[in-house]
Design a protein around this ligand. Structure first.
Ligand SMILES: N[C@@H](CCC(=O)N[C@@H](CS)C(=O)NCC(=O)O)C(=O)O
Length: 92
């Protein structure tokens, strides 16, 4: 899996932190938004919304939005409770 992001951005860093906590192997691909890194055709094909972070999975799928990414990556771990209310409170 590749994570496109900027570690100086909280939205991106939380994914890096989660991967560290759960030992999830990944390649970090630094994207400089100030240099137009999210405005390229290649980037917009991954996320038409033009924002980091984006996760690229080995099967070619992409997932944007930091909360969607962390919820997906943390599924089945102790960080996401099974109890619906406690899960909702995490997502809150
Ligand atoms: N709701 C999005 C927000 C993502 C976001 O705002 N990313 C910023 C960096 S922190 C960005 O890519 N900005 C570039 C732009 O808007 O052109 C998420 O949580 O992932």
């Amino acid at each position: 899996m590749k994570i496109y992001g900027d570690a100086g951005s909280g939205n991106c860093y939380k994914i890096k932190l989660l991967c560290g906590l759960l030992d999830i192997p990944h390649e970090w691909v630094a994207v400089d938004i100030m240099a137009g890194g999210t405005d390229t055709g290649a980037f917009l094909r991954m996320n038409p919304n033009g924002k980091i972070p984006v996760a690229e999975f080995d099967d070619g799928r992409y997932l944007a939005e930091s909360n969607a990414i962390v919820n997906y990556l943390a599924r089945g771990s102790a960080l996401l409770p099974d109890d619906p209310w406690r899960l909702a409170k995490v997502q809150e």
